[in-house]
Design a protein around this ligand. Structure first.
Ligand SMILES: [Zn+2]
Length: 279
């Protein structure tokens, strides 16, 4: 399936008037992966009636205008979780859907001072050029709660919310039912962070992964918030990794990042950075 999807991969010609901060490529049928200048992946999924933006990046550049170069359909913005590299552009949109448990975090990261701080630590490369900065209205964004089973009908294309607590308490994945594609935020990256202060204990994250495995017939491809698309069986490696941490059969190494130090284990294609005091 991954090879099928690759055939849709088309680099878009960027005109001189289009901001260069973002780049987009079509990674599936009417699915664009938008690179937030290399920091994170944002996805745009278009149906016959409307389009969905899955996550909105760091918020340092004018995403709202860039999205208009890709679709003219009315936009539904949904956030997989409340971290600043996924929910940082909420302020550019009037309404954003998010799980209730991550709403406060998303709000906190949409203040100018928070945005500046996350740009400093998480942004890849230099700051956006003056012409790429957001110049539109700063919205008092309405955060609309979503929960398990909610279905967005984009017109000939339905997207279903699946709750996946772990990396954050209110993390969700979004399933493109017809095309069997799962947008996974930070839940199924090749390296998943489970050591942050508000992460769920590792054994609860294992429950989330086993829930995904139980529904694996519903999707063939994972579209992560960082990195490249992965086949769905990647989840088996993640489960083996978490089990190997919990039963202490995997070698633990130190892991350092701007967000703090922790331990990390690897199994197959998967790595999980975790807090030994929050298993
Ligand atoms: Zn995250």
């Amino acid at each position: 399936m991954l090879f099928c999807l690759a055939s849709f991969s088309v680099s878009l010609a960027i005109s001189q008037t289009t901001p260069s901060w973002f780049t987009a490529k079509e990674v599936g049928p009417k699915i664009w992966q938008i690179s937030d200048h290399g920091s994170d992946n944002i996805y745009l999924v278009e149906g016959k009636k409307s389009a969905m933006l899955v996550d909105n990046g760091l918020g340092t550049a004018d995403l709202a205008s860039f999205v208009k170069t890709l679709t003219s359909k009315p936009l539904i913005v949904v956030i997989t979780h409340g971290h600043p590299d996924h929910a940082g552009s909420d302020y550019q949109f009037e309404k954003v859907y998010i799980h209730q448990a991550d709403a406060e975090a998303a709000k906190a990261f949409n203040r100018p001072d928070s945005r500046a701080a996350s740009a400093k630590t998480m942004q890849a490369g230099n700051a956006p050029a003056e012409g790429e900065l957001y110049k539109g209205k700063i919205f008092e964004t309405e955060l609309i709660p979503v929960s398990e089973g909610k279905i967005f009908n984009l017109g000939g294309r339905k997207i279903q919310v699946i709750e996946t607590p772990g990396h954050t308490p209110g993390g969700i994945c979004l399933l493109d039912i017809k095309n069997k594609i799962l947008f996974t935020g930070d839940n199924n990256n090749t390296l998943v962070w489970l050591f942050l202060g508000n992460c769920k204990p590792l054994h609860e994250y294992l429950v989330t992964l086993e829930k995904q495995l139980a529904g694996i017939s519903e999707f063939t491809t994972l579209m992560p918030g960082h990195g490249v698309p992965m086949p769905s069986d990647f989840i088996n490696d993640q489960i083996a990794c978490v089990k190997g941490i919990l039963d202490s059969t995997l070698e633990r190494k130190e892991y350092k990042s701007f967000a703090g130090n922790s331990m990390v284990c690897a199994f197959g294609r998967a790595s999980v950075a975790f807090n030994p005091d929050n298993l």
